[in-house]
Unconditional design. Structure first.
Length: 291
């Protein structure tokens, strides 16, 4: 309805440097132009059930990943205010918040809908935890200096087996995170695809793979090697014993990120990841390699 006040919920982690002070500094302005439904800096609110127009996250990319986990299947849009080191997902710098909210209220923004994966551990008795992953799921070794042996099946058919430090399955969003550090390709975040990247594989012929985001992928720890562990979006690792199967598939619960100031994806790669494309030749100005 025209003229109706918009509602926001402010979320953050007060343990992160600058977050509590940042909320205090901006709260009066936010309350003057919005209906602030609450401030949750201690993880007291059940985000899976909240009804609001926007969740405003004070923190870094890790804070947004954590909020995504807490949301579950709740489809409320998220806008990040970066108090972290990187800010790949968080759209606003703190000094941009007032202008960013003005633009959001005026409808001058875009949204980026990001696939999330449903990750389930299936044990021999049929039990096991499950999560939603925005970035990635990693099946890795349990102990330093030992290898894990993982069988990979895609849509019920055996595809490949890996021996090494582990295996990453990442969304397009997560392709610029752990998967990139392990040598995987970068995907445009609008692509409906996954990347499968082995970590330090014991093979000369192993390469990362790009797969359709519609596949159901099963990762099974083989009994011939040591136990492993599974980590989702960098959260606490969960132990895997030989025979445990990690099932990864489309979660059908995308996360909507509000983008106010974010430029094109390739501009973000250049500014955040130092992607140049061509060398800097002698005599050229510093910005010539980006031209």
């Amino acid at each position: 309805m025209a003229g109706e006040q918009r509602h926001v919920l402010i979320v953050g982690d007060r343990r992160r440097a600058g977050v509590a002070a940042g909320v205090d500094a901006h709260l009066a302005h936010l309350e003057a132009c919005l209906a602030v439904d609450g401030v949750d800096l201690d993880e007291q609110v059940d985000l899976s059930t909240v009804q609001t127009d926007l969740i405003l996250v004070f923190g870094g990319d890790g804070s947004i990943l954590h909020v995504a986990r807490r949301l579950g299947t709740n489809a409320v849009a998220v806008l990040g205010v970066n108090y972290g080191r990187f800010g790949f997902l968080a759209d606003l710098a703190p000094d941009q918040l007032k202008e960013g909210i003005r633009r959001w209220l005026a409808g001058d923004f875009t949204t980026s809908v990001r696939q999330r994966l449903r990750v389930q551990v299936l044990r021999e008795d049929g039990s096991g935890p499950s999560w939603l992953a925005l970035n990635d799921v990693v099946v890795g070794r349990h102990e330093v200096g030992r290898m894990v042996d993982v069988d990979v099946s895609i849509d019920g058919q055996h595809a490949v087996s890996y021996v090494g430090d582990g295996l990453i399955l990442a969304t397009a969003t997560g392709s610029t995170a752990h998967a990139l550090a392990a040598g995987g390709p970068i995907l445009d975040p609008t692509v409906d695809a996954l990347v499968m990247v082995p970590i330090a594989p014991h093979s000369l012929g192993t390469r990362p793979l790009v797969l359709s985001g519609a596949h159901r992928i099963e990762l099974t720890v083989r009994p011939s090697r040591a136990p492993g562990q599974v980590t989702v979006d960098g959260s606490k690792a969960h132990s895997l014993v030989p025979g445990d199967c990690v099932i990864v598939q489309d979660g059908h619960a995308p996360l909507t990120l509000v983008r106010v100031f974010a430029g094109p994806f390739f501009e973000t790669l250049r500014s955040k990841l130092g992607w140049r494309g061509r060398p800097r030749y002698v005599g050229e100005p510093d910005d010539a390699a980006d031209a």
